[in-house]
Write a protein of this length. Structure first.
Lengths: 234, 303
């Protein structure tokens, strides 16, 4: 964590249990600094996706405290959750693009949800399409896009609202190394604009490419070592 | 929370918003179920309204009226008593009209049962006198009765309101029955909408999840479904109203053919048609409210 940086996310003794089973996540205590870049690593079943679900507010923890943007989100009133979610960009492992909408409309969706006037939507959406290299596929439906193109649409949709934190679950899992490098470049560019990035990945090569990144290493639902520089993951 | 959405949420009802739920309108059975419900609802409402207007007409026409019947085989005595009663009752305060039914009118009244030759045979026919009282003139009715009996102790006095009371009671019951039927149909239509909204939620679960993750409020998501359900309900309501109107016109023609005064009083004035036309609109609003509540309650169970 960068010294002196304010934590945008703070976990304290957080545990997560699905139904009556054992805890998927246990005793997680760490902070994510605003504007920092994190890789979330660990073996399959370590709880990476569950941890991300807590961060993008798809799940409340079974115990513990989570503070985001300075507020306790565990007891946050349900009516306030949409406002918090608009400050979080999420790239899902399975993209979750709306299949009957074009790439353009999928990317425009967060702006529309956020109440941006129709007249102010076209420019940022076209800029974003250009940013992810899909200007020529604006009107293509997800089914006609390749995995890498779908991934880029998902990323464009996640970042167009200029979220304060971007959460990406295995964003390079479906793309070739070249495309993975390009996606990582997009994340770094966004990070330079001040967005906190959290990327869950198994790809150690990817981790090694972001020198200022830190790692959150999970094993068996617990932090296997303190959050620290990405070098510790190698 | 605005039912129709306001401000920046208007995109939900724009072409971009409509594309979020790709199924075309009228794609399911709901509009046709609502059409059937509305057809029955309009018929029940029309029956209730027509009976209401008929009851009002009967009340205005018959309350405060009595018919005096003088039965005497001797025509001279019968006519004399009738003339004296007409004269005496006409002077009572509160009596607005006294009318002796003429021989020609009696012949016409009895023709269906006794044939056209009534005037030529010796069959004794009672003298009939219609007496009309001012509204609320109960004392005048009592005075008239005393006067009639003083002149002709064997005279019969038929109070129209009294013999029509069972009919008025029946009409009142039928009106309540019609109202209950309308309410039951409205409830059934609302339940249909609830089922359709739940089915639509399941069908579009993936889209709703994405919308939620992007920060959509429950109201925004509900608005997406409301619009479609409103269109379906309006279409179904219009079809139901149209079909029911055709039936009402057809039944009206049949009633006119019967030629009965009593049945002829069952009519639908313009105000009643206004109420019937409002039913599909009310049904549409009901469908929107039912859809919104169903969807918002279902979404509240999720994070």
């Amino acid at each position: 964590m960068r010294p002196g940086a304010a934590n945008i996310v703070q976990f304290e003794n957080v545990g997560l249990r699905y139904g009556s089973g054992g805890e998927t996540l246990s005793d997680l205590s760490f902070g994510l600094a605003a504007g920092a870049f994190y890789f979330l690593t660990g073996p399959s079943g370590a709880g990476k996706s569950s941890l991300l679900r807590l961060i993008y507010l798809a799940q409340r923890p079974s115990r513990g405290l989570i503070r985001m943007f300075g507020e306790d989100v565990v007891t946050l009133a349900r009516a306030r959750i949409p406002g918090f979610r608009r400050r979080i960009g999420t790239v899902f492992q399975d993209f979750r693009l709306i299949p009957h909408l074009s790439a353009y409309e999928n990317i425009a969706l967060p702006l529309r949800v956020n109440g941006v006037a129709e007249a102010d939507i076209d420019t940022p959406v076209r800029e974003m399409l250009e940013w992810v290299g899909l200007s020529g596929r604006a009107h293509a439906k997800p089914a006609t896009l390749s995995g890498g193109e779908q991934q880029r649409v998902a990323i464009a949709r996640a970042v167009i609202g200029r979220p304060e934190i971007l959460v990406a679950d295995e964003p390079t899992g479906n793309v070739d190394p070249d495309m993975a490098g390009r996606l990582l470049y997009l994340f770094e560019a966004l990070n330079k604009l001040g967005t906190t990035i959290v990327v869950a990945t198994h790809d150690l090569h990817l981790i090694s490419r972001v020198h200022h990144a830190q790692t959150i290493k999970l094993d068996g639902g617990r932090l296997s070592e303190p959050v620290g520089p990405a070098g510790g993951a190698r | 929370m605005a039912l129709f959405g306001t401000g920046s949420g208007n995109w939900l009802t724009s072409a971009a918003g409509r594309r979020l739920l790709p199924e075309g309108w009228l794609s399911g059975p709901m509009p046709w179920v609502i059409a059937i419900m509305m057809f029955l609802m309009v018929l029940a409402a029309a029956a209730g309204l027509a009976l209401g207007f008929a009851a009002r007409g009967l009340d205005a026409h018959l309350s405060g009226q009595v018919t005096v019947q003088i039965v005497d085989a001797n025509q001279a005595r019968r006519d004399s008593a009738a003339d004296r009663i007409v004269g005496a009752v006409g002077k009572i305060a509160g009596v607005t009209a006294v009318h002796r039914i003429s021989d020609n009118e009696m012949t016409e009244l009895l023709r269906p049962w006794l044939g056209a030759g009534l005037a030529d045979n010796d069959l004794p026919v009672p003298a009939m006198i219609d007496v009309t009282f001012a509204p609320g003139a109960a004392q005048a009715q009592r005075d008239a009765q005393a006067t009639v009996l003083a002149i002709s102790p064997r005279a019969r006095i038929d109070d129209h309101a009294q013999w029509l009371a069972p009919l008025a009671g029946l009409i009142g019951s039928l009106r309540w029955l019609a109202a209950v039927l309308v309410l039951l149909m409205a409830a059934a239509a609302a339940f249909t909408v609830v089922l359709a909204a739940r089915a639509a939620l399941n069908t579009h679960q993936a889209t709703i999840d994405v919308m939620h993750h992007l920060g959509s409020t429950d109201a925004q998501i509900a608005q997406l479904f409301q619009r479609r359900i409103a269109i379906d309900a309006l279409f179904g309501g219009a079809v139901g109203l149209l079909l029911a109107s055709l039936v009402i016109f057809a039944v009206g023609d049949r009633i006119a053919d019967v030629g009965s005064d009593l049945l002829g009083s069952v009519d639908l004035p313009l105000t009643a048609w206004g109420v019937l036309v409002l039913l599909p609109l009310a049904g549409t609003v009901l469908a929107m409210v039912a859809a919104r509540m169903t969807i918002i309650l279902a979404l509240r169970r999720r994070l």
